[in-house]
Ligand binder design. Structure first.
Ligand code: ARG
Length: 462
């Protein structure tokens, strides 16, 4: 034959142009270990169905193991004429065990159920790697929060000073979305593990009495697909993985953007460690936050991988279509991107040096204690609408005088509103302000200390 998986009904071989277009070995070769594991499971299930004798099964398993060793040794390569990893491995297995025995393995399976299974298995492994790398970043953030438990900073909305918060509270605000990303990977995995497509065949299932549940368990799945058409045609598991990857990239990018701002002269909140920042080829003084900028840039790429994949899937009729071969490159790229990005971001975060004095100096500026004045008045029995007006008048007076709220003397305060007694000064400190936000979820030091424990336990539970 032509050495291909198909050919008998064709008079001539494929054109070189078709081969060039069709070939996927340059990207699907990384599925080799998964294809081999699937083949071994398939040999066992064929044996279980009485379609393969003991000796043939053992010969196939030995041949598959030999290919696995050659792959590990970097000594297994596709031919230019191989269409995909599945065809190449069948050809190589025939060379290993002979055509008679090797030719028995394809019974009852199709590349359609094969690839749908292998891609799941590949992504399940990498979901664990990516999840572990996200948890390392969480550890770095939690470590910085623990080291700066009481430090204050200007909290912002619209990038303008809003209310003072603890730096630890702000850092933990980046932790929770990342923990949810890992949670998303975990429940993605539960769903993905429940539907091994092996046994779906090309689309309609297998006639050979093979047990899909046995193959599923053999490959580490918790169950097999309920519908062979769905098993071969569905790629929502790929899109969902790509979404979690994109969401993780976006969450990291929001942190990265803040590091970029914090490292500017104008903010002056952090210094980057020399080993986790870069210089300029012309400007000798430069120290650039390249890791953070790359994180911001890679987020765009991760979003692109997701949208490209959804565009491929949109309006594809059931069951398998060759378009589906386009599912792999974007998501391989998302996996590779996160696996190289996350450790770099983790190192950058772990080595950030915060200028807590600078942050504390800015925390009360920009009238960030105005809400505290209004809420103090509310506690004195003033309706909030009125209190808001009075505190606003304080801000206007400060702008006229060119001072901050805490600089208004008793006479100024009483002149604005008689209810502004000197006692209001108790809340005109950053410490008083943060301490008073003491309900669950608030920025009071005691609450943030509890939150830190909560985040640590949540990370450990994942
Ligand atoms: N390489 C293909 C893919 O990745 C699997 C092969 C299915 N090809 C086919 N003609 N049915 O989707």
């Amino acid at each position: 034959g032509t050495g291909k998986l198909w050919g008998a009904r064709f008079a001539g071989g494929p054109s070189p142009e078709l081969e060039a277009l069709s070939r996927s070995t340059h990207f699907d070769w990384r599925l080799v270990p998964y294809d081999l594991a699937g083949s071994a499971a398939h040999a066992r299930v064929l044996h279980g169905a009485g379609l393969l004798g003991d000796a043939d099964r053992d010969a196939l398993l030995a041949g598959i193991a030999a290919l696995g060793e050659r792959f590990e040794a970097g000594d297994l390569h596709p031919d230019p004429a191989d269409e995909d990893v599945h065809g190449a491995l069948e050809r190589l297995l025939l060379l290993e065990v002979g055509e008679e025995v090797g030719g028995r393995l394809r019974a009852g399976r199709s590349r359609n159920d094969q690839v749908a299974t292998l891609f799941r298995a590949f992504l399940r492994d990498h979901a664990r790697v990516v999840g572990g790398a996200v948890l390392d970043l969480v550890d770095a953030l939690v470590g910085q929060a623990a080291d700066h438990l009481g430090a204050v900073m200007p909290g912002r909305t619209h990038l303008q000073h809003a209310q003072p918060v603890l730096l630890s509270h702000h850092l933990l605000a980046h932790v929770w979305p990342l923990l949810r990303d890992v949670e998303r990977l975990r429940d993605w995995d539960d769903r993905t593990a429940a539907g091994s497509p092996y046994g779906s065949g090309a689309l309609a299932g297998s006639t050979l009495g093979l047990d899909p549940e046995a193959v599923a368990r053999d490959l580490g799945f918790t169950g097999s697909t309920a519908n062979s058409i769905d098993g071969t045609a569905a790629r929502d598991f790929v899109a969902e993985f790509a979404f979690v990857a994109a969401m993780t990239g976006v969450d990291v990018s929001r942190l990265a953007e803040e590091v970029i701002l914090w490292a500017t002269k104008e903010f002056g909140f952090v210094r980057l460690h020399d080993s986790w920042s870069t210089g300029s080829s012309i400007m000798p003084q430069k120290k650039n936050p390249d890791i953070a900028e790359l994180a911001r840039g890679k987020a765009g790429r991760l979003v692109g991988n997701l949208t490209g994949l959804l565009a491929t899937l949109k309006a594809l009729p059931l069951a398998y279509n060759r378009d589906l071969q386009e599912d792999k490159e974007p998501v391989f790229d998302s996996v590779d991107t996160l696996e190289v990005l996350l450790p770099a971001v983790t190192g950058m975060v772990a080595t950030l040096v915060f200028d807590v004095d600078r942050m504390a100096e800015l925390a009360p500026q920009g009238f960030s204690l105005a809400t505290d004045v209004a809420e103090w008045l509310v506690r004195e029995g003033v309706p909030f609408r009125v209190a808001h007006e009075v505190a606003g008048a304080c801000v206007r007076r400060c702008e006229e005088l060119g001072c901050e709220l805490a600089d208004l003397d008793d006479a100024e305060l009483a002149g604005i509103d008689e209810r502004l007694t000197p006692a209001v000064r108790d809340v005109l400190t950053v410490e008083g302000s943060v301490a008073s936000r003491s309900a669950r979820g608030g920025t009071a030091p005691d609450r943030v200390a509890e939150q830190l424990d909560e985040a640590r336990s949540a990370a450990l539970a994942l």
